[in-house]
Write a protein that binds this ligand. Structure first.
Ligand code: UDP
Length: 352
């Protein structure tokens, strides 16, 4: 059996590290790994392959930095050419990026069976590009690997046949557990106690008023506790565009870190603030409370348990909630997102 896996963005490298390793261990399964090129900076791409011991992609399509429609169209055309060359039995896509949608559409156009890892997640915010990508990809998928009960309900509500839905747990939990032993301190001066923040969603960075409001919240946080922020290239670019004076800011900006360094930061911080999908769960895996700088989340079970709070972008709300949460004792139960063997379930299902 031959699986053509499509990756292209940072969170997909983390997920693929676990699934590709499982495919390698399985008898009679071959993987052809395609990197679309969506993320291309060394610290957003190559670093992950090096740190997590992943083999180099078989194809790098080199498609990036284009408007959504053009990006997807170019990726799709190139993935279709790879499909014509390697004749896979399955195309496997991860998550909700433009690379995901391009892979899904290419599989559909070529009549190849499609499976989607991290299917069924919904924010119910139709303005998000990611929401569009997820819904379209789920519609085209033959097998939908879901990480949560809520994801199953979402798919059922959309009329997706039960026979296509396979609960697996979350491959990001697999990765967080597996790599926790290997985490390492980033090569930066870290305060003893700090808030870890990541921010890159278009909804937050592309609107100057929202971006300024969030930066103001983080600056105010720095009056009581340092804020360490590994800076996503998109956010850096948007901050430069609004003329944000980074050198004078009290926020500790650092370069994006590798996954092993990110695990260290997650395990050693006092609190996580983020608009990332993956980091919300990783905060929970590291037993840290998370304040989500968005109005909605795909991971509502974390909010229901009080591990995660949706704060939007109002600076007063963010700062006052953070100060309150920083006082809380860390009381966490590890029962969400499976048992750390989601990747195994995925590969075994495909082999069946
Ligand atoms: N991440 C990382 N270094 C960083 C920031 C994030 O390794 O400087 C990891 C993070 O731990 C998670 C993944 O990147 O595994 C999440 O990616 P991102 O936030 O870019 O995407 P999202 O999850 O929002 O789709």
């Amino acid at each position: 059996m031959k699986i053509l896996s499509i990756i292209g963005a940072r969170p997909q490298f983390v997920k693929a590290a676990m699934v590709s390793a499982e495919i390698d261990r399985a008898d009679g399964v071959e993987e052809v790994l395609v990197h679309t090129g969506q993320h291309f900076d060394a610290n957003m791409s190559q670093l992950f392959f090096d740190e997590m011991g992943m083999r180099e992609p078989d194809y790098n399509l080199g498609v990036h930095s284009l408007p959504h429609e053009e990006l997807v169209a170019q990726m799709q055309a190139k993935i279709e050419a790879v499909i014509a060359e390697v004749h896979p039995d399955w195309v496997l896509v991860y998550g909700d990026t433009d690379s995901t949608l391009a892979g899904a559409q290419a599989a559909h156009a070529c009549g190849i069976r499609l499976c989607h890892v991290e299917a069924g997640l919904r924010s119910f915010n139709n303005q998000m590009r990611e929401e569009y990508n997820r819904i379209q990809t789920d519609k085209l998928s033959d097998v939908l690997f879901v990480p949560t009960r809520r994801a199953i309900l979402n798919l059922q509500n959309e009329g997706i046949d039960d026979s296509k839905i396979v609960p697996t747990g979350d491959v990001m939990k697999d990765a967080a557990l597996y790599f926790a032993q290997k985490m390492r301190k980033p090569q930066v001066d870290l305060p003893e106690r700090f808030v870890l923040c990541t921010m890159h969603r278009a909804e937050n960075t592309d609107n100057p008023d929202i971006l300024k409001e969030l930066l103001l919240a983080l600056e105010m946080m720095c009056n009581s506790i340092p804020v360490v922020l590994p800076l996503h290239p998109r956010t850096r670019q948007k901050m430069q565009a609004i003329g944000y004076p980074m050198e004078q800011s009290p926020i500790t900006f650092i370069e994006p870190v590798g996954y092993l360094e990110m695990l260290y930061l997650l395990h050693h911080c006092a609190l996580v603030m983020t608009d990332s999908g993956g980091v919300q769960k990783e905060a929970y895996f590291a037993h840290k409370y998370c304040l989500t700088l968005r109005e909605e989340t795909e991971w509502m079970e974390l909010c229901a348990r009080g591990y995660n709070h949706l704060l939007g972008h109002n600076h007063v709300n963010i700062v006052s909630t953070a100060q309150m949460i920083l006082e809380l004792p860390p009381l966490f139960a590890d029962d969400l997102y499976g048992d750390g063997h989601a990747a195994r379930t995925i590969v075994e299902t495909l082999m069946k």
